[in-house]
Design a protein. Sequence first.
Length: 175
Amino acid sequence: MVIRDGNLGDVPAVLAMFDSAVAWLVARGRTGQWGSEPFSADPARVERVTAWATSGWMRIAELDGRPAGSAVVGAPVPYVAPASEPELYVQSLVIDQRFHGRGVGAALLDRARAEAVALGVGLLRVDCYAGDDGRLVKYYEGQGFARAETFSVGDWPGQVLQMRLLPDRVDLDQG
């Protein structure tokens, strides 16, 4: 797997990732997270993905040379209160469902952790849909995040999760 910086040329692939995720959720009767309409059919969502692609913070995971997932990090999203300390926030994480179960999401979260540490930031946060059976919250907990606070956007239930990061250890035996 290769993780690289994203750019405007990745917008169609990232929209296709979101479309595949929506279709996957719809097929399982789970429309509460993102609804039932493709992301690519919503101008506001297309605009958001385009903005991410120009932000400098979009990352694309590739498997066998094909875009398999995307993550965007940066400042917290507007509907979540910022932390009281420096943080890096995972604004978006999505995988193309053709690559489901191949560790794409975990690799992108590892990259976000590494970027936070490289920036000297001790807190990595993410939010997700907290409805239905809470499966997405459990996914992030399995990736090392801990529940921090709940929130709602209208009737959409959300969960903020966080991870404390430690700077690289200093070898005290090296003098």
